[in-house]
Write a protein that binds this ligand. Structure first.
Ligand SMILES: Cc1cc2nc3c(=O)[nH]c(=O)nc-3n(C[C@H](O)[C@H](O)[C@H](O)COP(=O)(O)OP(=O)(O)OC[C@H]3O[C@@H](n4cnc5c(N)ncnc54)[C@H](O)[C@@H]3O)c2cc1C
Length: 464
């Protein structure tokens, strides 16, 4: 829909989950809303189109979720994953309002499905979108258009004019440059995970070997613009959600299919054929997001997950073919690893495995003794051919460096005062809550909760 010449109450920058939640809420308050999205229409929806689920508290079993998952437990999970380093008030807000997400999303036409089985173990905590994030985004866009929200695609915002804490306009590059004025702005333009230069500033040369799991459009232009305008930063540029993914994945936008879930079921070695971390530290949803960073710290940013025939069928199949061999020596040759070292690593691991009852669906008692690093659960001897390996690379999902916000999603300046009409939602502010770690599904929860809050704050401000 054309927006040329129209005057808007609220301009939303970024058409992913957080931006659309903000746009709905502002529009439902009566505001005239424009969403500026830099991707072409076919690639709209940012990282959100790659998602599958969101995390939500609930007091009793529902059609979608088993048992109960209290706000307190969600908050405790969040705090544990972040080693206590989270803005507690904002984290509490996310936990409390997570309980409303499913009904709010469903009211806008999206549908859910029961949790998938496998190693993810999320049926109690996470609600799954029917058709995944792409279906969610398509449903949102259709409903938003019906509601009278305007969209512009291939409309990259390159800078913001913010004077004395007041947003005036956004400079848009589409066919030429244009300034879009509005009474309020919601910035929901993601983190800087697709900006390879910025990643290199944070990670050095290691960043060369990172794979960006999601959209190439989240280059951090808006994060930088807000910081340059005096917004207070929160979080560390090196902190991010980064998963170990199949090393054969494309550089951008490979999505969830490139993820590998076999890590807890075998061993992981680096280029020197050495183990370097406890593969069985915790259930996969609580640990998968640290493996990207672990691999990023290894030589050449590569590692290999090795399993044997015992665990075949217990993890989701990979999109790329497994690398198989009848012996560890042969596997080493296929992976171009030092064969004797790999044989020694496997033999040492096998000697350390203690008797136990293997159960990949819970924290079992299968562990190693006298091995460093230990494997504390799901440790079984690696002795049943064929042996199977997958190359792992750091797959960056999103970065945590963010702008500081308050409970109304107002962006705070370095002095602590809020900007008058500048709000942020989603990845661009997720670092207020996520400083170090991640729990599956919380990205979409943060985006939904803060998208709604930002939309409400911006809508009220702009129409008062
Ligand atoms: C492969 C993958 C799987 C994931 N799975 C899950 C999951 O199952 N559950 C979960 O909770 N989280 C998941 N996440 C994380 C989740 O995607 C994010 O937390 C969430 O989507 C962030 O929403 P957002 O609206 O902030 O960003 P996005 O959805 O990325 O939207 C940002 C939008 O801003 C646009 N944009 C960027 N810069 C500009 C600019 N300068 N001008 C105009 N537009 C701009 C982009 O094109 C993009 O559309 C996953 C991420 C990936 C990559």
């Amino acid at each position: 829909m054309s927006s040329a010449g129209a005057r808007y109450d609220v301009v939303v920058i970024g058409g992913g989950n957080a931006g659309l939640c903000a746009a709905f809420t502002a529009r439902e308050l009566g505001a005239r809303v424009l969403v500026l999205e830099c991707a072409p229409r076919a690639l709209r929806g940012g990282n959100s189109r790659h998602t599958r689920n969101l995390r939500c508290a609930h007091a009793a079993p529902t059609e979608l979720l088993t048992d109960a998952y209290s706000e307190e437990e969600l908050l405790a999970d969040l705090e544990r994953a972040n080693e206590g380093e989270t803005d507690e008030a904002l984290a509490r807000l996310v936990a409390a309002r997570s309980a409303e997400c499913v009904s709010w999303i469903a009211a806008r036409g999206a549908r859910f499905q029961a949790a998938l089985r496998g190693t993810l173990q999320l049926s109690r905590t996470n609600a799954f979108f029917l058709g995944g994030g792409t279906a969610l985004m398509n449903t949102y866009y259709a409903a938003a258009e019906k509601l009278g929200i305007d969209f512009r695609y291939e409309a990259e915002v390159t800078s913001l004019t913010i004077r004395n804490g007041v947003f005036e306009s956004a400079r848009v590059r589409s066919n030429g440059a244009e300034d879009v004025h509005a009474n309020a702005v919601v910035v929901a333009a993601g983190g800087f995970e697709a900006n390879l230069d910025w990643l290199r500033e944070a990670w050095g040369d290691a960043a060369r070997n990172f794979i960006v799991r999601g959209t190439p459009y989240n280059t951090g232009t808006m994060l930088r613009a807000l910081l340059d305008a005096g917004a207070a930063p929160v979080g560390d540029a090196r902190e991010c959600h980064a998963v170990a993914i199949d090393g054969r994945a494309p550089k951008f936008d490979g999505g969830i299919v490139t993820r590998l879930d076999c890590v807890p079921l075998g061993i992981v070695v680096d280029r020197d054929a050495a183990r370097f971390y406890d593969e069985g530290e915790d259930v996969w949803p609580k640990r998968y997001a640290i493996w990207g960073k672990l691999v990023a710290r290894r030589r050449d940013q590569v590692a290999y997950s090795i399993v044997d025939a015992r665990v075949r069928g217990l993890f989701m199949p990979s999109v790329y073919p497994a690398i198989e061999a009848a012996s560890i020596r042969e596997l080493a040759a296929r992976l171009e690893l030092p064969a004797e070292r790999l044989e020694a690593t496997v033999a040492e691991f096998n000697r350390a495995v203690q008797p136990g009852s293997f159960d990949h669906t819970k924290l079992d008692d299968c562990r190693t003794a006298g091995l460093s690093p230990a494997k504390t659960h799901w440790a079984q001897r690696l002795d049943t051919p064929p042996y199977t390996a997958y190359p792992l690379r750091p797959g960056i999902t999103f970065t945590y460096l963010s702008v500081r916000v308050d409970a109304r999603a107002r962006v705070l300046a370095t002095g602590g005062a809020p900007f008058e009409n500048v709000y942020a939602a989603g990845e661009v502010m997720a670092g207020n809550v996520l400083r170090k770690g991640y729990i599956a599904g919380i990205g979409m929860t943060i985006g939904t909760v803060f998208g709604r809050i930002a939309g409400e704050s911006a809508g009220r401000h702009a129409t008062k």
